[in-house]
Design a protein. Structure first.
Length: 128
């Protein structure tokens, strides 16, 4: 039924201007914006043709799970660069994370961080 449909993912934020600055400026993604019924919507263009829509929600509650994962070839380099750009990394119970916040527990190496709205994102090496 949906084999030929160009599906996309979406998630909410509380402030689209801050989201645009973070995703475009801090993370370096291609971000476009449009208005729909008086709401400012953002579209992230991801490598490989993926698209994510970000929409405003006044009573936004951050997702309690990872909404977007960024595979990288060198997680240490990615974490260091994000740190230089002001990103701080989250720590979660049950995961042994090193001083940089990277979990290296036998699966993909992964480090979690949040966007300005509190949604969880990750960089990971060896997954996907």
């Amino acid at each position: 039924m949906f084999k030929d449909t160009e599906a996309f993912s979406s998630f909410a934020v509380d402030d689209t201007e801050r989201a645009k600055e973070f995703y475009g400026g801090t993370l370096g993604l291609e971000v476009s914006e449009r208005s729909m019924e008086g709401h400012r919507l953002l579209t992230l263009r991801l490598a490989g043709g993926g698209v994510v829509m970000i929409y405003p929600k006044g009573d936004h509650t951050p997702a309690s799970f990872t909404v977007l994962n960024f595979p990288v070839d060198d997680i240490d380099r990615a974490v260091d660069e994000l740190g230089r750009r002001g990103v701080t990394f989250e720590r979660y119970p049950g995961f042994h994370q090193d001083d940089k916040g990277i979990a290296r527990n036998g699966g993909p190496q992964i480090a979690w961080f949040t966007d300005p709205a509190g949604n969880v994102l990750s960089v990971l090496q060896g997954g996907a």
